[in-house]
Design a protein around this ligand. Structure first.
Ligand SMILES: CC(C)(COP(=O)(O)OP(=O)(O)OC[C@H]1O[C@@H](n2cnc3c(N)ncnc32)[C@H](O)[C@@H]1OP(=O)(O)O)[C@@H](O)C(=O)NCCC(=O)NCCS
Length: 419
């Protein structure tokens, strides 16, 4: 059997074959006419030190890259805090080389690099559920798809002024979109940033070329202090003269406040010649339901796990977030996964003047697996669920429910941006 080598760093000179390998394994099409445009996006942001690969007999057979992203975690009240996160992406091992431990070798290396850098958490999006648990990742946010049946009786949205919504072109959007998104993402835990050149790529600015799935109609919401919302959609079904109505698909609905959110929905509900709007990658608790005369006019068609979190430094990660109520709890964190980075006993104190989480020798109130802690970290799940899995052992009566209340958030965490 051949002896594949793990390569890191990977030079930008290898970007072309490395990206082709990645696209082939992820069921993309490296032969499409758009490949040079997609390759250009990789090349311009290439970070050799944060790129891994597996090479065998001169051919790339494995890929993995990480990026620094900012993650919102729960703050005090309804606010959020920003923390840097290690974001793992482009994970593939070719089917010719699968199940020989190559992902394990690349990801073990990249997790250690993140730990050495001082990142408190690592995040990723899992193509399949069974892949990443062994490395310590746990699902922490849920993403939902919806179909809004806007002709249904009771589908009309009560408040909202669509006249504050106007169509806009890429040049203007490039100026305003980063700040609008940055304000909007802070409204929920679980959001990752869209740092430069995210918007340039999306809008085909600064020399980036438009790729087909990014051709969208864009709209801006003007609030009293300027732009505070962005919306994009494309047609998914044309209308017919025989009476069949069309459909549109919303790609981005970004609102920095409730008014922008309501006005966008009022605008969407008023689009003529369509009877359906598809919305993808939305929060699981989409609030607009409560403004509809018939909440079922907004049909949730899918809800799946989205952002997976691995805690690399439990005291730093728990100190960085706020808690719903004041309290103190000693957690004995068990981490049997790659690197055991989360293992140890910590005392978490959420007080009126902030949060503290430090290593301790005190007796524990709760024994908890790192994966269970990672799954509740952003407020999206409850320990009671993990109890069923024996991932949690209550050592002080009431400790589990107290932790659940402390970690809860008023809105479900949501990750709007893939990576
Ligand atoms: C998922 C993928 C990267 C795994 O790579 P790999 O090199 O085969 O993984 P490893 O050999 O290191 O596997 C380690 C362990 O995880 C298990 N595992 C890996 N992928 C798995 C999967 N999809 N489902 C179930 N178990 C999986 C292996 O069986 C192995 O278990 P073992 O140690 O008990 O034998 C590879 O199969 C792949 O590229 N798949 C298609 C693209 C994809 O899904 N990428 C992930 C994008 S998020």
């Amino acid at each position: 059997m051949s002896q594949p080598e793990i390569v890191n760093p990977v030079s930008v000179d290898d970007a072309d074959p490395w990206v082709r390998t990645f696209m082939t394994t992820m069921l993309g099409d490296p032969h499409q006419d758009e490949f040079p445009k997609r390759l250009d996006r990789w090349v311009r942001s290439w970070d050799p030190d944060r790129t891994w690969g597996v090479r065998d007999r001169g051919r790339w057979v494995g890929t993995l890259a990480t990026e620094e992203r900012t993650l919102t975690v729960p703050g005090t009240g309804t606010t959020t805090n920003d923390i840097p996160a290690d974001a793992v992406t482009a994970v593939t091992v070719a089917a010719t080389h699968r199940r020989r431990g190559l992902l394990t070798r690349m990801l073990s290396d990249s997790l250690q690099a993140a730990k050495d850098r001082g990142d408190a958490v690592s995040v990723l999006l899992a193509a399949e559920w069974p892949i990443y648990g062994r490395y310590g990742y746990a699902p922490a946010t849920i993403t939902a798809n919806y179909r809004y049946h806007l002709r249904r009786p009771g589908a009309k949205i009560a408040p909202g002024d669509p006249s504050r919504v106007r169509q806009a072109e890429p040049d203007e959007l490039g100026e305003i979109a980063p700040a609008v998104f940055d304000a909007a993402r802070r409204l929920r835990a679980g959001q990752v940033d869209r740092r430069s050149p995210w918007w340039d790529r999306r809008l085909a600015l600064d020399g980036y070329e438009m790729v087909s799935d990014a051709r969208l109609n864009w709209f801006v919401h003007d609030g009293p202090d300027g732009a505070d919302g962005l919306l994009s959609w494309k047609v998914s079904r044309d209308f017919e003269l025989n009476g069949l109505l069309g459909a549109v698909e919303v790609s981005d609905l970004i609102a920095a406040n409730d008014e922008a959110y309501q006005d966008f929905w009022a605008y969407l509900g008023g689009i003529d010649v369509i009877d359906e709007i598809e919305l993808h990658d939305r929060p699981v608790d989409e609030p607009i339901r409560w403004l509809l005369g018939d909440g079922r006019a907004l049909q949730q068609t899918e809800a799946v796990d989205f952002l997976w979190v691995r805690l690399l430094d439990v005291p730093a990660a728990l100190s960085a977030r706020g808690y719903a109520i004041e309290g103190r709890v000693v957690l004995d964190v068990v981490d049997l996964d790659t690197g055991s980075y989360g293992a140890g006993r910590v005392a978490l104190t959420a007080g009126a003047h902030g949060t503290k989480c430090e290593p301790t020798d005190e007796p524990a109130d709760l024994q908890i697996s790192q994966r269970a802690l990672a799954s509740i970290y952003l407020g999206g799940h409850r320990l009671r669920q993990r109890d069923i899995m024996r991932d949690v052992t209550e050592l002080t009566p009431g400790a589990r429910d107290r932790v659940d209340v402390m970690f809860a958030t008023s809105l479900a965490p949501w990750t709007q941006t893939g990576f």
